[in-house]
Design a protein. Structure first.
Length: 326
């Protein structure tokens, strides 16, 4: 096959009752970000630059849960996290507990390139951001009115809420009956629709990269770290493929989901889509999640085990698709 390819996502697990105008807004945002990535790939930008560029754009838009528009902690604050990985040499960078950095994915890139470490968190990540002179804003910048309302609902229900755009009335989106609430790590949760953002790219030289960014869970405990910044869980890239995951972070962490895609390609000889299907089916246990992936040969693939995933992809031969449902 060969050639470049790009995949983006805005989260897995979408409420079937999501209003049509919100669905259209999601598709428009994904299309805009895909087009930015496609232009960059046509200009021969390396994969690592493209994933950063696209995820930065997603972080700047409050529609999905990353950067501006991030889910709020139980204290009403924002703690963001992101990771980025460059397949050649398997270099990576990650940040957690970021509260003032406008683009967490770019800070993760700086951790990879300008620090002796792979992962910085909380006050250390913020201090590093100041040293590097990246753009910072008050925590209030990331907080939207929608999210303040959803946090209030979450507190009243004493639960973790996933989707800040949908009124909750006993709905869930991953097909458990309403009278048997969804459970995460033994605790009931209301609406299952997390909206991490991510991008996976292979450039025309066959170099793969991936990046993932999120605000985490609505009403999460302060200090909670999900799968998005964890290399091998939410993000992975190597010489074979690039992968970005979304969904129930605790389940993705247990299944080392992103790395598993590469592992079954490497050790079982699976093709990209076959690897994705296998991992979604065999590695999530009771968890709900989805992922996007690209291969060094210019293939794109995605998979999920809940109702819908915000996603889009494009390849050098002119194929382009943006979707939510099956």
């Amino acid at each position: 096959m060969g050639g470049w390819a790009i995949a983006v996502h805005g989260g897995a697990g979408v409420d079937p009752n999501l209003p049509v105008e919100r669905q259209e807004a999601a598709k428009q945002l994904l299309t805009r970000c895909l087009n930015i990535g496609v232009s960059a790939l046509r200009s021969s930008l390396p994969a690592i630059d493209v994933v950063e560029l696209v995820v930065r754009e997603l972080e700047a838009d409050p529609f999905f849960n990353s950067g501006r528009g991030s889910a709020l902690t139980t204290k009403g604050t924002v703690e963001m996290e992101a990771s980025i990985m460059d397949g050649p040499g398997r270099r990576c960078g990650a940040v957690s507990g970021v509260t003032t950095v406008k683009s967490p994915v770019s800070l993760a890139r700086l951790v990879m390139e300008k620090s002796p470490h792979s992962y910085l968190a909380f006050s250390g990540a913020e201090e590093f951001a100041r040293q590097q002179g990246v753009e910072t804003v008050d925590n209030e910048y990331f907080i939207t009115e929608d999210n303040v309302g959803m946090l209030k609902l979450a507190k009243e229900a004493n639960t973790i809420l996933f989707d800040y755009r949908i009124p909750t009335h006993g709905l869930d989106t991953c097909s458990a009956a309403v009278d048997s609430p969804l459970v995460m790590n033994g605790l009931p949760i209301s609406v299952y629709a997390p909206e991490t953002v991510g991008c996976a790219v292979v450039d025309s030289k066959g170099r793969c990269a991936a990046a993932t960014s999120t605000g985490g869970l609505m009403n999460k405990m302060t200090g909670r770290i999900g799968d998005s910044p964890l290399i091998g869980a939410g993000t992975y890239a190597c010489e074979l493929c690039g992968v970005s995951c979304t969904g129930e972070g605790e389940a993705i962490i247990r299944g080392t989901l992103a790395r598993e895609v590469a592992a079954v390609m490497e050790y079982k000889g699976f093709g990209l889509q076959q690897a994705v299907d296998y991992v979604v089916k065999e590695r999530l246990d009771q968890g709900k999640a989805g992922l996007i992936a690209v291969s060094k040969d210019g293939e794109v693939a995605f998979g999920y085990n809940c109702v819908g995933m915000f996603r889009g992809c494009a390849t050098e031969d002119g194929f382009m698709e943006v979707g939510i449902w099956e």
